[in-house]
Design a protein around this ligand. Sequence first.
Ligand SMILES: C[S@@+](CC[C@H](N)C(=O)[O-])C[C@H]1O[C@@H](n2cnc3c(N)ncnc32)[C@H](O)[C@@H]1O
Length: 254
Amino acid sequence: MSELPEHVRRNRESWDSWAHEYVEAAERNWAAADPTWGIWGVPESDLRMLPEDADGLDVIELGCGTAYVSAWLARRGARPVGIDNSEAQLETARRLQAEHRIEFPLHHGNAEDVPFPDASFDFAISEYGASIWCDPYRWIPETARLLRPGGGLVFLVNSVLLSLCVPDAENEAASDRLLRPQFGMHRFEWSDDDSVEFHLPHGEMLALLRANGFDVEELLDVRPPDGSTTRYPFVTLEWAQRWPCEEVWKARRR
Ligand SMILES: C[S@@+](CC[C@H](N)C(=O)[O-])C[C@H]1O[C@@H](n2cnc3c(N)ncnc32)[C@H](O)[C@@H]1O
């Protein structure tokens, strides 16, 4: 464990301790016929995060957690592989694989340094996985290496605006005040736990993707439908219907 980067080691300890809180959502999502995304459960028909035709695609889910996204892809004919930094999260994934009789490889490891050869995959996806817990200056180049030319990358993250407005206090929701600068944003540490997150401004993310051989095809501001609910206290529906609290990036490897 000592060879892991400091933020990866800290996030491993955090996620091993939080995994039990994600079991219920995992069971619900594994059982769901229709995918829903993010903290509000926005339907796939609104966001179209999965490939139109996944049949036969080699797919990697980066920071797969309980791996329900990979399960949705497997049901659509893809050959997914999941990688996650938390053995406890993967334990839930393995149990649900057995219960649903959907088997695919699950690797315990760091999505910034993936043990697969260059150009192994047609599609990479991350919903709050590598996309927020890995350093983008490490996981984006690594994903570019793993994808074949023409391969797709889709990821969902907290929006830039939310990252600037969310208070560093447990159970407090974002207000309409900017609490920190956008210039220089990259690594985030919160005072109530030991984890490390990464969030980049749009211009910097765009430049990073392009520098690593990606064309950006879409940047979606996620607006939850009326009546949406979330178990997370850091944003209200009123806020999320006025400003985007989540965003989806869709890019393609040149
Ligand atoms: C919020 S879960 C994402 C899974 C699922 N889509 C979800 O939203 O519940 C975040 C996952 O990222 C994983 N993670 C954190 N750092 C990672 C890293 N360096 N490499 C791979 N996975 C990582 C955590 O272990 C955790 O399972």
